[in-house]
Design a protein around this ligand. Sequence first.
Ligand code: PLP
Length: 354
Amino acid sequence: MSNRILERDFYNPSALYYCAVELRKELDASRACIADKLDCKPSEVVFTSGATESNNWAVACGFKNKRGNIVVSEGEHPSVYEPVMLLKGKGIDVRTVPLLSDGRVDEERLACCVDCETAFVSVIHASNETGVVNDVMRLSRIVKEKNPRAVFHSDGVQAFCKVPFRLSGSCVDLYSISAHKIGGLKGAGALYIRNGFNISPLVSGGGQERNLRSGTENVMSILSFKSAIEDFDGSHVCDLYDYAVAYLSKLVGVKINGCADHSSGYIVSVGVSGVKSEILQHILSDSGVLVGTGSACSSKTKKNRTLESMKTEKRFMEGNIRISFSPSNTMEEIKRAMDVISVSIEKLRSAING
Ligand code: PLP
């Protein structure tokens, strides 16, 4: 596909000549594929450069009247949390909802925070830090029962194609996704915008994306979104996850952060006492086992807001690694990775303790 788009079909999809029109049809097929997966209408899917943009846009539009309060979970990705905190800095009433120790959003506290003045609510669908899934269908209904005018947004990046979910029947107004989290190219994302929702353009200019997000579309990445959805087969990932969790749970001084029963099965956050995450990460990387220390998107900030909100013990936070699984991983790889992790933890601990 990439060669074809670069070498032959390099047309601007907004042009009117035949080849460009054909390319436009391919873009729309990608949109239809996403809509089918989300169970919404193609006209409700707007392409963006990725979920950071989708999330920023959702916050900006959800709170466009600049009146009332905002309610967000403490487990939000920085691309939701930071724009909300900027608004807080400008004096807006921002209410943050803590997480339970199992990693899910505290539903009762969420319900208490929402009132008739609430303008915007955002709850992440599956956590990028722990993989724990929030019941967005239920939470969106709770929010709308308390205030039907409150805009409900969810960051679905880590849940899309991985967690069974349909937008129809939910009370979600805005939902963000990203291509590269399911194996597509980086640089394409989308924002689901419920039909009838009054949203202001994010970028103005040539009027692409129904005047909502101007700029020539990132054709290659958008087309890869469709292929990634069609090719995504995570049916064996739960076996990999279960093996890893069972293995790690048996190790001394090792704790799974968040309840495995509520996990997407694609991410596991592991607290290792007596070691520093960065050092463990380097040792593992030298042995070909690539893990994160917190999610890649937030690895530049030292604090782990999600684990803090879950009241994770300091010793497990300091030695926290994040393992993510992909459909391309095999059981052999995971078995080897677990053995390497176990041996590395022991080596590191004996080096530290002399
Ligand atoms: N939201 C979540 C939950 C993520 O995990 C990420 C990135 O991994 C993003 C948003 C940002 O997505 P993007 O890299 O497409 O901007």
